[in-house]
Design a protein around this ligand. Sequence first.
Ligand code: ACM
Ligand code: ZN
Length: 516
Amino acid sequence: MTRTISIIPQPGKLEVGSGAFALTAETRIFASDASVPMGYYLARLLRPVIGFQLPGERTSTSPDTANAITLRLTPGSGKKRPAPESYALSVTDAGITIEAPRPAGLFYGVQTLRQFLPPAIESQTSPSGVAWTIPHVSIEDAPRYSWRGMHLDVSRHFFSVSFVKRYIDLLAMYKFNRFHWHLTDDQGWRIEIKSHPRLTEIGAWRTERDGTISGGFYTQDEIREVVDYAREHFITVVPEIEMPGHAQAALAAYPELACTSGPGEIAVWNRWGISKEVFCAGKEATFDLLEDVLAEVVALFPGPYVHVGGDECPKDRWSACDDCQARIQAEGLADENALQSYFIKRISRFLSKRNRQLIGWDEILEGGLAERAIVMSWRGTEGGIQAARAGHDVIMTPTSHCYFDYKHADRPDEPGQWGVIPLKKVYDYEPTPAELTPAEAQHVLGSQGNVWSESMPTTRDVEQMVFPRLCALAEVVWSPRGQRDWEDFKARLRAHGERLQALDVEYYRDQEIWPA
Ligand code: ACM
Ligand code: ZN
């Protein structure tokens, strides 16, 4: 039993003893009250060991901890409040204990425990001859950042509910807690809206340049299923409904909301790029539709955030549109940038009244930021720095480090687009810009990997662009800054290859980690 310990992300404090605890079919899971769902979750993970019958006993009285895994909520007391997602994990001859102030911490303790077990634990079969042993350890762990996100673009290519759930599983294993679901764009509208059915009847389907039809969308029942599933994995789903740009699919369904084009002139786009067809900011009907849409979105997504895009909105149509120009006049706006700011601020007020905080790409800074808006800094870090200095919360997701649609390596035959982001570059990323004062740095909620799917027609493509860079980012957003160690990470990641294989994840075989 000399398997090296390879936990990703690396825990804050990890002490290893000399013995080991052996899990057997007789091992029990003890959980009580609010930790019971976690007990069942753990029992499902441990099926290859403890069998496929109902999980171990549960009790609210003090269990005999010999040969048991005990999950215990310890809310803490007094002045020193524990970090909300923290946990402590202890493995001794007497058994395994996970303690946490909140269920989220228990969940992360379970994810750590899972990675102590051989990769066969992931296979959900009952392999024979596996030693289910866990070294004696003592761990105290908590995340560095509260926003540990992964994004997925389901507009450029549509991915099934079952894949989205698998994606959530994989995020959860590496302790991510935000799933940014990019649901609308020029190339497809993917969320059923009951008040405006044409958004999916028309907007979810595109005629490719070879004449084939592609697309799909999620029904509201499916959206709820994903949101519930994510909640069970301590992941908040952040829906993104793009406006005022990246709206061509919506405008194919409702062309009267474009500036100057007539019916039949706009189709769901079958090219990549930035469409000039954007929502008209002059017509009240635009806001009527978007408010109807957002009312349904708010009802479906209980999380505190709604992302409204705001990026890459060409102003060509607005400059030529009587309605947009009349709005600029009536509102005393300086120019089209100010009109975009008016647009986002108006939507932000609508969301605020419904208790939701608006998130936008860093273009929402142009022409003035809406009150309380959160900025996602993607065109480098400047937008994030500017917003943090203005007292706004920010999420750092620059194209230089966080775009997992970029190639893994600088070779012409590598899949991917736009640029190259090798694994080490992700690993070395520091989300908090050095320019910020400690007070300003408090506004950096964390970081996120973005996965634009133009070059990813299949789920296998998604997996192989995302992995193993996701593992590197997990450590960036979770582990203490001073503890990051590239050589050590490489060794741990090497071991994770087997775990990813057991999970049937199609990861990029980085030569530096897994030499051929
Ligand atoms: C973006 O990549 N257009 C946010
Ligand atoms: Zn217009």
